[in-house]
Design a protein around this ligand. Structure first.
Ligand SMILES: Cc1ncc(COP(=O)(O)O)c(C=O)c1O
Length: 480
């Protein structure tokens, strides 16, 4: 469409033009999805390249939508990393799906605020419904209830805040500072855990240095003896062990901490157990992978990011807390918002379960995607990603130039080009990733394991097939 926009001095874009543009947009999105593999995955520009192409003057008069969308085509779309490209194998892959995109369009049109039940009953009740579906898939007992946030970092912060309130009642009212009666609290997580544990500790006044990183074993799982020793050393020093964060699917290697044994240590020392299943929790949907859920019922809280494995477009994180009233009591500020509430008090107001007041209607996209694929459909796709990861690992093992750097537990493969000189190998692995990513045909991550640089492949994209993985493997071999 190429014509001046009909936006007048007052009112919205007229419906007739909106409808035409929506039709054109539908074609654009469908073409983008159909031909995404033909695009370079990411630009090779220097920081500032996008800004340099855009007008920095705040717009005084309105511009035509043609001009705006032509800038989107010319500058914005080539300026992003195309996470949905089937050869984008960085991080945990990408979980955009066509049903998810459709749902996001409805969410944008409705633009409701899910802060209280009254402000949007369906948004609240759908959130309750999808949280309960997911709870059942995760085999969490019914005394776990959830809340949806944007990210796992926010979920973990709220879990740790609840742990802190339990150990130091009234912190909600009094804060931590100036209270001589309070000990120094300690949080434990493995050296493979995500840095969101420290971020949470910073935010809730525990402090980054009071997160103790526990060494991991040869398989990158938290070492239990080291955990016990650290807790005992802290107790003997007069510090107060507060919580352990156990990870199911660590960021670098997708390793799984021994949750059952950690739960026992938590019980012995009356510590809160938070499980970070942000990535790995999705495996619970596969009957043959139920081992990942071992002892989850003994946790106090668990986070899962369906935007990491369960085909919900970014962003969607679910926090489950056993006896969630503990979280609600911590964050409810009832009087100021009584006017938004049902006087009978029978409803759930999700604003009471965290810091945020305004909340996006995230439940809709989860409900659409999960209904469209069903558990079976998602499990089949995840199973295929696991198969591709194992296949890729076999190719690595069969090529004497490479070695696997960690056991392949999920859709993540860490591997390394070998060299008798470790520093040379570090450089070569790092350069190979940079070369591949600069090509625009594939996108990997590099990470450090035991101080050494390794390449890392993450599979989770619904469009990725064996052919794509084979092509990326060819590129890796050519790059080294
Ligand atoms: C295991 C794990 N936990 C937490 C996070 C933080 O996730 P978010 O970006 O949702 O805050 C990540 C990020 O990749 C992760 O890998």
């Amino acid at each position: 469409m190429n014509r001046p926009s009909q936006i007048g001095r007052l009112g919205d874009l007229p419906n007739e033009e909106f409808r035409e543009r929506l039709h054109a947009m539908a074609d654009w999105i469908a073409d983008y999805r159909a031909h995404i593999a033909e695009r370079p995955i990411a630009p090779n520009d220097k920081p500032g390249a996008v800004l340099a192409q855009l007008d920095g003057t705040p717009p005084e008069g309105g511009a035509s939508l043609d001009a705006i969308f032509s800038d989107i085509e010319r500058v914005i779309v080539p300026g992003v990393a195309h996470w949905a490209h089937p050869q984008f194998m960085s991080y945990f892959g990408c979980t955009t799906t066509n049903p998810g995109i459709l749902a996001e369009m409805i969410t944008a049109a409705l633009n409701v605020n899910a802060m209280t039940w009254r402000t949007s009953p369906a948004a609240t009740e759908l959130e309750t419904l999808v949280l309960d579906w997911l709870r059942q898939w995760l085999t969490l007992p019914a005394d776990f209830q959830g809340v949806v946030y944007d990210t796992a970092s926010i979920s973990t912060m709220h879990a740790l805040a609840t742990a802190r309130e339990q150990a130091a009642p009234n912190t909600r009212k009094l804060g931590l500072s100036g209270r001589a009666e309070l000990p120094v609290f300690r949080i434990y997580a493995s050296d493979q855990a995500h840095s969101s544990v420290e971020k949470g500790a910073i935010a809730i006044g525990i402090g980054e240095e009071n997160v103790r990183r526990i060494p991991s074993d040869a398989q990158f799982r938290m070492d239990l003896a080291a955990l016990r020793d650290a807790v005992m050393a802290d107790v003997n020093a007069g510090l107060r062990p507060l919580a352990v964060v156990a990870t199911v699917g660590t960021t670098s290697t997708a390793s799984v901490d021994p949750v059952r044994e950690i739960a026992k240590i938590c019980r012995d020392h009356r510590m809160w157990l938070h499980i970070d299943a942000a990535y790995g929790g999705g495996l619970a949907l596969l009957p043959e992978e139920k081992w990942v859920t071992d002892a989850w019922a003994e946790a106090d809280s668990l986070v899962i990011n369906p935007h990491k494995m369960l085909f919900v477009p970014f962003d969607f994180s679910a926090l489950y807390v056993r006896d969630i009233e503990r979280l609600r009591r911590l964050f409810t500020l009832a009087p100021e918002h009584l006017h938004l509430r049902d006087p009978a008090g029978a409803e759930i107001n999700y604003m009471d379960y965290g810091v945020q007041l305004g909340r996006r209607f995230r439940a809709l996209k989860a409900w659409v995607v999960w209904r469209a694929f069903g558990r079976e459909g998602m499990a089949a796709r995840i199973r295929e990603h696991l198969r591709l990861a194992q296949l890729f690992a076999r190719w690595i093992e069969e090529d004497p130039r490479f070695e696997l750097s960690a056991p392949v537990m999920m859709g993540v493969v860490c591997f390394r080009l070998k060299n008798s000189d470790d520093q040379v190998a570090d450089r070569q692995n790092s350069e190979a990733v940079a070369r591949i990513n600069a090509s625009g045909d594939a996108y990997l991550t590099q990470t450090k394991l035991r101080g050494r640089v390794v390449m890392r492949l993450g599979l989770g994209n619904i469009l990725t097939t064996e052919e794509h993985v084979a092509r990326v493997w060819e590129m890796i071999r050519a790059a080294v």
